[in-house]
Design a protein around this ligand. Structure first.
Ligand code: ATP
Length: 238
Protein backbone atom coordinates (compact mmCIF):
# COMPACT_ATOMS: atom_id res chain seq x y z
CA UNK A 1 0.00 0.00 0.00
CA UNK A 2 1.40 3.44 -0.84
CA UNK A 3 1.50 6.03 1.93
CA UNK A 4 -1.27 8.62 2.16
CA UNK A 5 1.34 11.20 3.13
CA UNK A 6 5.10 11.03 2.88
CA UNK A 7 7.35 13.82 4.08
CA UNK A 8 10.98 13.45 3.03
CA UNK A 9 13.82 15.41 4.57
CA UNK A 10 11.76 18.58 4.99
CA UNK A 11 13.41 21.86 5.87
CA UNK A 12 11.37 25.01 6.58
CA UNK A 13 11.47 28.09 8.75
CA UNK A 14 10.89 31.79 8.87
CA UNK A 15 13.34 34.01 6.98
CA UNK A 16 16.85 33.03 8.05
CA UNK A 17 15.57 31.09 11.08
CA UNK A 18 15.40 27.37 10.35
CA UNK A 19 12.74 25.43 12.27
CA UNK A 20 12.32 22.05 10.56
CA UNK A 21 15.68 20.34 10.16
CA UNK A 22 15.16 17.40 7.85
CA UNK A 23 11.83 15.96 8.99
CA UNK A 24 10.71 12.66 7.45
CA UNK A 25 7.39 11.05 8.32
CA UNK A 26 5.08 8.63 6.61
CA UNK A 27 1.35 8.05 7.18
CA UNK A 28 -0.58 5.07 5.80
CA UNK A 29 -4.20 5.41 4.63
CA UNK A 30 -6.65 5.16 7.55
CA UNK A 31 -3.98 5.58 10.21
CA UNK A 32 -4.06 8.04 13.08
CA UNK A 33 -0.51 9.31 13.47
CA UNK A 34 0.49 11.82 16.09
CA UNK A 35 3.43 14.18 16.10
CA UNK A 36 4.16 15.08 19.69
CA UNK A 37 6.68 17.40 21.25
CA UNK A 38 7.23 20.35 23.53
CA UNK A 39 6.24 23.94 23.01
CA UNK A 40 8.22 25.43 20.11
CA UNK A 41 9.46 22.09 18.75
CA UNK A 42 8.11 22.89 15.28
CA UNK A 43 4.77 21.06 15.23
CA UNK A 44 2.67 23.94 13.88
CA UNK A 45 5.38 24.82 11.38
CA UNK A 46 5.28 21.22 10.13
CA UNK A 47 1.49 21.24 9.64
CA UNK A 48 1.49 24.71 8.07
CA UNK A 49 4.21 23.65 5.65
CA UNK A 50 2.28 20.54 4.62
CA UNK A 51 -0.85 22.69 4.25
CA UNK A 52 0.90 25.14 1.91
CA UNK A 53 0.80 28.07 4.36
CA UNK A 54 4.59 28.03 4.85
CA UNK A 55 6.96 27.29 1.99
CA UNK A 56 9.45 24.45 2.41
CA UNK A 57 13.06 25.43 1.76
CA UNK A 58 13.83 21.87 0.67
CA UNK A 59 12.51 18.33 0.91
CA UNK A 60 9.43 16.63 -0.48
CA UNK A 61 5.77 16.48 0.57
CA UNK A 62 3.95 13.70 -1.27
CA UNK A 63 0.21 13.47 -0.68
CA UNK A 64 -1.88 10.78 -2.35
CA UNK A 65 0.99 10.06 -4.76
CA UNK A 66 1.45 13.69 -5.84
CA UNK A 67 4.27 16.07 -4.84
CA UNK A 68 2.35 19.00 -3.31
CA UNK A 69 5.37 20.90 -1.98
CA UNK A 70 4.91 23.70 -4.52
CA UNK A 71 1.13 24.07 -4.10
CA UNK A 72 -0.60 26.88 -2.20
CA UNK A 73 -2.93 26.46 0.75
CA UNK A 74 -6.10 27.18 -1.25
CA UNK A 75 -5.30 24.37 -3.72
CA UNK A 76 -5.16 21.61 -1.14
CA UNK A 77 -8.74 21.15 0.18
CA UNK A 78 -9.94 20.18 -3.32
CA UNK A 79 -7.24 17.48 -3.35
CA UNK A 80 -8.55 16.05 -0.09
CA UNK A 81 -6.17 17.58 2.44
CA UNK A 82 -7.74 19.55 5.30
CA UNK A 83 -6.16 21.45 8.18
CA UNK A 84 -7.90 22.31 11.45
CA UNK A 85 -5.70 25.10 12.81
CA UNK A 86 -5.01 25.63 16.50
CA UNK A 87 -8.07 27.20 18.15
CA UNK A 88 -10.25 26.22 15.19
CA UNK A 89 -10.36 29.67 13.54
CA UNK A 90 -14.10 29.62 13.05
CA UNK A 91 -15.94 32.64 11.71
CA UNK A 92 -17.21 33.98 15.07
CA UNK A 93 -20.04 36.12 13.66
CA UNK A 94 -21.41 33.32 11.53
CA UNK A 95 -23.69 30.64 12.91
CA UNK A 96 -22.55 27.06 13.37
CA UNK A 97 -24.57 26.09 10.30
CA UNK A 98 -22.94 28.84 8.20
CA UNK A 99 -19.48 27.79 9.35
CA UNK A 100 -20.23 24.21 8.31
CA UNK A 101 -21.56 25.42 4.96
CA UNK A 102 -18.32 27.34 4.38
CA UNK A 103 -16.43 24.06 4.81
CA UNK A 104 -18.41 22.49 1.99
CA UNK A 105 -18.47 25.63 -0.13
CA UNK A 106 -17.17 24.04 -3.33
CA UNK A 107 -20.01 21.49 -3.23
CA UNK A 108 -22.77 23.92 -2.27
CA UNK A 109 -26.11 23.23 -3.89
CA UNK A 110 -25.22 19.66 -4.84
CA UNK A 111 -27.02 16.62 -3.36
CA UNK A 112 -23.68 15.58 -1.78
CA UNK A 113 -23.60 18.87 0.09
CA UNK A 114 -26.92 18.19 1.83
CA UNK A 115 -25.84 14.64 2.62
CA UNK A 116 -22.53 15.90 4.02
CA UNK A 117 -24.31 18.42 6.23
CA UNK A 118 -26.67 15.74 7.49
CA UNK A 119 -23.72 13.36 8.10
CA UNK A 120 -21.63 15.79 10.14
CA UNK A 121 -24.53 16.86 12.32
CA UNK A 122 -25.30 13.18 12.95
CA UNK A 123 -21.69 12.61 13.89
CA UNK A 124 -21.58 15.76 16.04
CA UNK A 125 -25.14 15.99 17.49
CA UNK A 126 -24.20 18.97 19.67
CA UNK A 127 -23.72 20.99 16.47
CA UNK A 128 -27.28 20.27 15.39
CA UNK A 129 -28.49 21.66 18.72
CA UNK A 130 -26.30 24.73 18.34
CA UNK A 131 -26.74 25.29 14.63
CA UNK A 132 -28.37 28.73 14.90
CA UNK A 133 -25.84 30.04 17.44
CA UNK A 134 -22.92 32.27 16.55
CA UNK A 135 -19.72 30.25 16.54
CA UNK A 136 -18.17 32.91 18.77
CA UNK A 137 -20.60 31.89 21.52
CA UNK A 138 -19.61 28.21 21.59
CA UNK A 139 -17.65 26.64 24.43
CA UNK A 140 -14.05 25.61 23.72
CA UNK A 141 -14.98 21.98 23.12
CA UNK A 142 -17.94 22.83 20.89
CA UNK A 143 -15.73 25.20 18.91
CA UNK A 144 -13.17 22.48 18.35
CA UNK A 145 -15.88 20.05 17.24
CA UNK A 146 -17.32 22.65 14.87
CA UNK A 147 -13.87 23.29 13.39
CA UNK A 148 -13.32 19.57 12.83
CA UNK A 149 -16.82 19.19 11.36
CA UNK A 150 -16.21 22.15 9.05
CA UNK A 151 -13.05 20.43 7.76
CA UNK A 152 -14.99 17.17 7.29
CA UNK A 153 -17.50 19.09 5.12
CA UNK A 154 -14.78 19.48 2.47
CA UNK A 155 -14.77 15.65 2.15
CA UNK A 156 -11.07 15.21 2.99
CA UNK A 157 -9.03 12.03 2.66
CA UNK A 158 -6.60 13.30 5.27
CA UNK A 159 -7.26 15.70 8.09
CA UNK A 160 -4.53 17.44 10.11
CA UNK A 161 -5.38 18.67 13.59
CA UNK A 162 -3.21 21.27 15.29
CA UNK A 163 -3.40 20.90 19.09
CA UNK A 164 -7.14 20.21 19.37
CA UNK A 165 -6.80 19.75 23.15
CA UNK A 166 -5.57 23.30 23.87
CA UNK A 167 -7.79 25.10 26.36
CA UNK A 168 -10.18 22.17 26.85
CA UNK A 169 -11.11 20.44 30.09
CA UNK A 170 -9.79 16.87 30.43
CA UNK A 171 -13.35 15.56 29.92
CA UNK A 172 -13.78 17.57 26.73
CA UNK A 173 -10.36 16.46 25.45
CA UNK A 174 -11.56 12.87 25.85
CA UNK A 175 -14.76 13.61 23.91
CA UNK A 176 -12.99 15.39 21.06
CA UNK A 177 -10.40 12.62 20.74
CA UNK A 178 -13.14 9.98 20.76
CA UNK A 179 -14.74 11.74 17.81
CA UNK A 180 -11.43 11.91 15.98
CA UNK A 181 -11.04 8.17 16.50
CA UNK A 182 -14.59 7.52 15.28
CA UNK A 183 -13.95 9.61 12.16
CA UNK A 184 -10.88 7.57 11.32
CA UNK A 185 -12.38 4.18 12.10
CA UNK A 186 -15.82 4.62 10.53
CA UNK A 187 -14.93 6.76 7.52
CA UNK A 188 -11.44 5.51 6.76
CA UNK A 189 -10.18 9.06 7.20
CA UNK A 190 -6.43 9.42 7.67
CA UNK A 191 -5.52 11.65 10.61
CA UNK A 192 -2.35 13.55 11.51
CA UNK A 193 -2.63 14.85 15.05
CA UNK A 194 -0.16 17.36 16.44
CA UNK A 195 -0.15 17.61 20.22
CA UNK A 196 1.66 18.81 23.32
CA UNK A 197 -0.77 16.65 25.29
CA UNK A 198 1.40 13.59 24.72
CA UNK A 199 -0.52 11.16 26.92
CA UNK A 200 -3.88 11.73 25.18
CA UNK A 201 -2.33 11.83 21.72
CA UNK A 202 -0.55 8.50 22.23
CA UNK A 203 -3.75 6.98 23.61
CA UNK A 204 -5.73 7.79 20.47
CA UNK A 205 -3.12 7.24 17.73
CA UNK A 206 -1.74 4.12 16.05
CA UNK A 207 1.79 5.44 15.61
CA UNK A 208 3.65 8.53 16.68
CA UNK A 209 6.68 10.67 15.99
CA UNK A 210 8.42 12.73 18.64
CA UNK A 211 9.74 16.06 17.38
CA UNK A 212 12.39 18.04 19.23
CA UNK A 213 13.99 21.25 17.95
CA UNK A 214 12.75 20.56 14.44
CA UNK A 215 14.04 16.99 14.25
CA UNK A 216 12.26 13.67 14.62
CA UNK A 217 13.97 12.02 17.57
CA UNK A 218 11.75 8.95 18.11
CA UNK A 219 9.08 7.06 16.23
CA UNK A 220 7.09 3.92 16.80
CA UNK A 221 3.80 2.35 17.79
CA UNK A 222 2.01 4.75 20.14
CA UNK A 223 1.50 2.02 22.74
CA UNK A 224 5.27 1.35 22.83
CA UNK A 225 6.12 5.03 23.17
CA UNK A 226 3.49 5.48 25.90
CA UNK A 227 5.14 2.76 28.00
CA UNK A 228 8.69 3.99 27.37
CA UNK A 229 10.22 5.36 30.57
CA UNK A 230 12.25 8.06 28.79
CA UNK A 231 9.15 9.37 26.95
CA UNK A 232 7.12 9.25 30.17
CA UNK A 233 9.74 11.24 32.04
CA UNK A 234 10.35 13.81 29.28
CA UNK A 235 6.80 14.42 28.07
CA UNK A 236 4.19 12.86 30.35
CA UNK A 237 5.20 14.07 33.78
CA UNK A 238 5.40 10.47 35.03
P1 ATP B 1 3.49 25.47 20.02
O1 ATP B 1 2.94 24.31 20.72
O2 ATP B 1 3.95 26.55 20.93
O3 ATP B 1 2.64 25.98 18.87
P2 ATP B 1 5.13 24.20 18.05
O4 ATP B 1 5.83 22.92 18.30
O5 ATP B 1 3.89 24.15 17.24
O6 ATP B 1 4.87 24.92 19.41
P3 ATP B 1 6.03 26.18 16.19
O7 ATP B 1 4.85 27.05 16.42
O8 ATP B 1 6.13 25.45 14.90
O9 ATP B 1 6.19 25.13 17.38
O10 ATP B 1 7.34 27.06 16.38
C1 ATP B 1 8.64 26.56 16.15
C2 ATP B 1 9.62 27.73 16.24
O11 ATP B 1 9.34 28.67 15.21
C3 ATP B 1 9.54 28.49 17.55
O12 ATP B 1 10.85 28.81 17.93
C4 ATP B 1 8.75 29.72 17.20
O13 ATP B 1 9.13 30.81 18.01
C5 ATP B 1 9.14 29.96 15.75
N1 ATP B 1 8.06 30.61 14.98
C6 ATP B 1 6.79 30.17 14.88
N2 ATP B 1 6.07 30.97 14.06
C7 ATP B 1 6.92 31.96 13.65
C8 ATP B 1 6.78 33.09 12.80
N3 ATP B 1 5.62 33.39 12.20
N4 ATP B 1 7.87 33.86 12.60
C9 ATP B 1 9.06 33.58 13.20
N5 ATP B 1 9.26 32.51 14.01
C10 ATP B 1 8.21 31.71 14.24
Amino acid sequence: MSAALRIENLYAGYGQAGVLEGVSISVEPGEIVSVVGANGAGKTTLLNTIAGINRPSSGRIVFDGVDIGHLRAHQLPARGLALVPEGGRLFPFMTVQENLEMGGFSRRGSPEFRTALHDVTTLFPILRERREQYAGHLSGGERQMCAIARAVMSDPKLIMLDEPSVGLSPKMVGEVFLLVERLARTRGLTVVLVEQNVQEALAVSDRAYVIDHGRIVREGASADLASDAAIQAAYMGL
